[in-house]
Design a protein around this ligand. Structure first.
Ligand code: MF3
Ligand code: CO
Ligand code: CO
Length: 289
């Protein structure tokens, strides 16, 4: 294979010469030399300007989750959480991305206990002692999407629920530790699955992380379970989410009649944590932290 030289077009698809684009960052980050990186169709790297925009959106997303954390508790309805998120987002000049996304009817996803993801807020759904809930917030600020979710434990949950919530968070951070230039995307699912299985849990397969930018969901799809080597390298400037969904029982999911709410097929508990990340020359930056 021919080595990419200064005057070749950059591998990232920008249409710019390599020397005007990724040459310097490749040298700094120790990109494999003599190997021309070809990214699959639809996988892109962001410009510095885009990354600045995404970071601002990430800060707002984080602040909204902090706000939710300061108010959530027993007796609160998921409809109220929706109102808080909607109003805080709008007040800050942003748009809640879930609202009307492929017909989703609310501004945030709220997923309680056996709900894996995409739970729809509802005024009849009241949080009670022992519940675990995922709140998934996505902001569009100046056209840039940032996506993050956290678990909240209501009152005192049982031992299994507590362990599930903490192991799922550990899975996310073990995966984030693997985000560095030229690591293969397949490694993410490998470290998540290992940690989940070691703790007696399973990894949801039907939903994954995703590239993100000026669109909600971009390539690549990010697997949270082990699919082996993907052949897609992490490249500085890539922005994507990692959002493992871990079940206390079996991994299978099923969709409820509303066509959104995904639940565990066996009725076991499910937890999820999500961040949006940017690959940097040195490793990664968590833009929603
Ligand atoms: N925030 C979810 C994700 O992490 C997507 C929610 S789509 C919605 O990708 F329509 F349900 F909001
Ligand atoms: Co996401
Ligand atoms: Co999300």
């Amino acid at each position: 294979m021919r080595k990419l030289t200064r005057n070749d077009l950059c591998w990232c698809g920008s249409g710019k010469k390599y020397k005007k684009c990724h040459m310097e960052s490749d040298l700094l980050s120790g990109a494999p030399s003599g190997r021309k990186i070809k990214l699959p169709r639809g996988v892109n790297v962001k410009t510095a300007v885009e990354i600045e925009g995404l970071k601002k959106s990430g800060i707002l997303t984080r602040d909204i989750l902090d706000m939710v954390g300061s108010r959530i508790g027993e007796g609160v309805s998921t409809e109220e959480i929706n109102t808080w998120v909607h109003e805080h987002t709008i007040k800050n000049g942003a748009i809640p991305a879930p609202l009307n996304y492929n017909g989703f009817p609310k501004s945030v996803c709220t997923s309680i206990n056996d709900v894996i993801c995409h739970g729809i807020p509802d005024k009849s759904e009241i949080l009670k002692n022992g519940d675990i809930i995922n709140v998934d917030v996505t902001c569009i600020l100046d056209g840039y999407f940032a996506d993050a979710s956290r678990m909240y434990i209501i009152g005192k949950a049982d031992k299994t629920a507590q362990k599930l919530v903490s192991v799922t968070k550990e899975c996310l951070y073990l995966a984030i530790d693997q985000v560095k230039p030229y690591n293969d995307f397949g490694v993410i699912g490998q470290v998540i699955e290992k940690h989940a299985l070691e703790n007696g849990f399973s990894v949801v397969r039907d939903y994954g992380g995703h590239g993100i930018g000026k669109k909600f969901h971009e390539e690549p799809h990010v697997h949270h379970y082990d699919v082996g080597f993907r052949g897609i390298p992490m490249v500085p400037g890539m922005v994507f989410t990692i959002e493992p969904m871990i079940n206390s029982g079996r991994y299978e999911s099923k969709l409820l009649g509303d066509n959104w709410t995904a639940v565990t097929a066996d009725g076991s508990l499910s937890a999820q944590w999500e961040h949006t990340l940017c690959v940097t020359e040195k490793g990664c930056e968590i833009i929603t932290e």
